[in-house]
Design a protein around this ligand. Structure first.
Ligand code: SOE
Length: 367
């Protein structure tokens, strides 16, 4: 019997995950069979059109009606809607994949992580950038000691879609619905990669900034208050002694989806940029400078799954890899990472950055 997927949300992330589900049988024939069963949303007409386009058999306008029937629940709604439906699914023993950040605040994220622990089924926080082949290769290099002892992690995630003060208001700009702004939406990805590649953060200081306080509604009839940050920066010390610097902005003119990671160790360094995601720049011990490696060989992570070497992958492939790993864990009853515990760990770091900004002092995450 194929795994019946129920998916809450059908816009940007709905399309990314539905595309991944459609690709799986073609490129990952060992993945469990999956049925795009039910698409969930409130606007009946838009939902019907989306179900047709994304290949779902049926629709539901209330997640409560279907959450216990499905084999896997995908929660791709706005951040404030992550906790209640995900917890209900877990209480019914249904594995859950939830978009990032795990919740709008760390209290809700903790409830979700508790529900996951009690349910004992695989959960996923959808940090898809762990599934970029070059990022997995970077982790292999670090684990093999090729960079030596890690001294620096530097991560910045830059976009510019809000630099126009007339860019419309959306739920992403409301603290009650989103939790935070650039910090949670973009910083969560960078912080997850920092944990994946370097380890846990011990202490940090953070700074948040908002450039525009009010924006027009999409219909242009009125304006609404912006209650989240437009940009953040943070300085951190990792538990292993490495130093971290973090930054994200939605006001970085000229940068569309520029997620850049740099790591320096005692023997070597590496550099990765999402807008050139097939490449990893590395400097190994003895090299005078960086060389650029194309991470598309047969034996590179997921290399043999797609095209011959050099026939590059894109952003959407990260979702295919993520869905493959998660659904395989669901079918086999295996552990999956990044799970809700990882989502909670990131959420606590987001909260600590906000706390540091409010109090004007460093925050200890280990106490
Ligand atoms: C925001 O613009 C956004 O779509 C994030 O929500 C995603 O997580 C990121 O991958 C791309 O940018």
């Amino acid at each position: 019997m194929p795994l019946a997927v129920g998916m809450l949300g059908y816009r940007f992330m709905g399309r990314a995950h539905a595309n991944a589900l459609a690709r799986l049988p073609m490129f990952f024939p060992d993945a469990p069979a999956v049925e795009r069963d039910v698409l969930i949303g409130r606007d009946e007409q838009a939902l019907a059109g989306a179900a047709d386009q994304l290949g779902f058999a049926r629709t539901a306008t209330d997640w409560r009606d279907v959450v216990e029937e499905v084999d896997v629940f995908y929660n791709l709604g706005p951040n404030h809607l992550h906790a209640e439906p995900s917890i209900a699914a877990l209480e019914a023993g249904v594995p859950v994949l939830c978009e990032k950040p795990l919740a709008a605040d760390d209290e809700a994220a903790a409830r979700m992580a508790d529900a996951a622990a009690a349910a004992d089924v695989p959960t996923a926080t959808a940090f898809n950038y762990r599934f970029v082949p070059a990022i997995q290769y970077a982790r292999e290099l670090i684990e093999a000691g090729e960079l030596g002892e890690i001294h620096h992690f530097r991560g910045r995630y830059l976009q510019d879609w809000l630099v126009d003060p007339e860019a419309p208001w959306s739920w992403r700009l409301d603290a009650d619905l989103a939790g935070s702004g650039a910090l949670g939406d973009l910083g969560a990805h960078t912080i997850d990669l920092a944990r994946y590649l370097v380890g846990d953060i011990a202490e940090l200081s953070g700074h948040l900034h908002r450039f525009v306080d009010e924006r027009p509604t999409p219909d242009g009839d009125e304006t609404r208050e912006v209650t989240v940050d437009d940009a953040y920066s943070a300085q951190a010390t990792f538990a292993n002694g490495a130093m971290g610097t973090f930054e994200a902005s939605r006001f970085a003119t000229g940068h569309k989806n520029d997620h850049t990671i740099e790591i320096h160790g005692s023997k070597g360094s590496l550099r990765f940029g999402l807008e050139r995601l097939n490449e990893l720049e590395v400097k190994f011990e003895g090299d005078r400078g960086y060389q650029t490696i194309l991470v598309t060989d047969e034996d590179d992570p997921y290399g043999g799954r797609w095209w011959p070497p050099g026939h590059v992958l894109g952003w959407e492939h990260t979702f295919v890899h993520e869905n493959y790993e998660f659904l395989s864990a669901v079918a086999e009853g295996d552990e999956y990472e990044p799970n809700f515990q990882d989502g909670l760990a990131v959420q606590r770091i987001l909260a600590a950055i906000e706390e540091s900004d409010e109090q004007g002092q460093r925050v200890d995450l280990e106490s």
